[in-house]
Design a protein around this ligand. Structure first.
Ligand code: MN
Length: 236
């Protein structure tokens, strides 16, 4: 039996349709998981049942995050937000953490994971970070690795990739500002933007600021190892 992986989709502001990039479902399938797309409008009991039946949770990319969730008002450069998604993911992440089921979070996912775990984030790095930054909104094909990430020795990310440095794609203007225990930073860009976080106390809770699903489609080995590691953890 393949492990069943819940995938959270995205939505437009009209809130009419769920959508999820095919590359995400493909990445889970290729790595041995069985993906199912999870809608936001679940009540407490439905969420609890799903948490019992899922083997892992995969948080995908999407729009910005409602700043009231981390006690800020909207910055002028804040983009589209879908508050129903934020609230659902925050609640669902906490339920998965309680039972220590694996979570892999990509792009926006790394921020909602961090907010759910009590951390803090930038609404717009270009105007809120007071130092020179790299280009984090790449003008290049989706799977192109445009900047590097230094991987912390001894981290889960290091264990998975076997690398001190990975090359990643980058399509974000938001980023985590600080993380709270048991979350720790395990990857940073050369401009010190947080690019990976993981839990020190859970079996497998990993967030990456990039889109490994697009790197995987290009045959990137560290991305293959991240997904395989996630699916293996979901199979235990
Ligand atoms: Mn980046």
């Amino acid at each position: 039996m393949k492990p069943i992986i819940g995938i959270t989709p995205s939505m437009e502001v009209d809130e009419l349709y769920y959508k999820v990039a095919n590359a995400n479902a493909d990445a889970i399938l290729k790595s041995g998981g069985l993906p199912v797309i999870v809608p936001y409008n679940l009540d407490e009991a439905d969420m609890d049942q799903l948490v019992t039946q899922l083997d892992g949770l995969y948080l995908t990319g999407g729009y910005d995050i409602d700043p009231t969730l981390f006690n800020e008002e909207p910055h002028p450069n804040l983009g589209t937000i879908i508050p129903s998604r934020d609230l659902f993911e925050q609640a669902f992440v906490n339920k998965m953490l309680e039972v220590d089921k694996p979570i892999l979070a990509v792009c926006r996912g790394i921020q909602i994971l961090n907010i759910a775990m009590g951390g803090d984030m930038y609404q717009d790095i270009y105007t809120q970070v007071d130092r020179d930054l790299l280009q984090h909104s790449q003008n290049a094909p989706l799977g192109h690795g445009s900047h590097f990430v230094d991987v912390s020795p001894g981290s889960l990310l290091h264990q998975l990739t076997g690398r001190d440095r990975v090359r990643v794609n980058s399509r974000h203007h938001q980023a985590n500002r600080s993380v709270k225990q048991p979350l720790k930073t395990s990857g940073t860009a050369s401009d010190l933007i947080i690019e990976a976080v993981e839990s020190e106390t859970h079996r497998f809770v990993l967030g990456v600021q990039w889109h490994p699903e697009n790197m995987l489609a290009n045959g990137d080995e560290p991305s293959e190892r991240i997904y395989r590691g996630f699916i293996n953890a979901c199979s235990e």
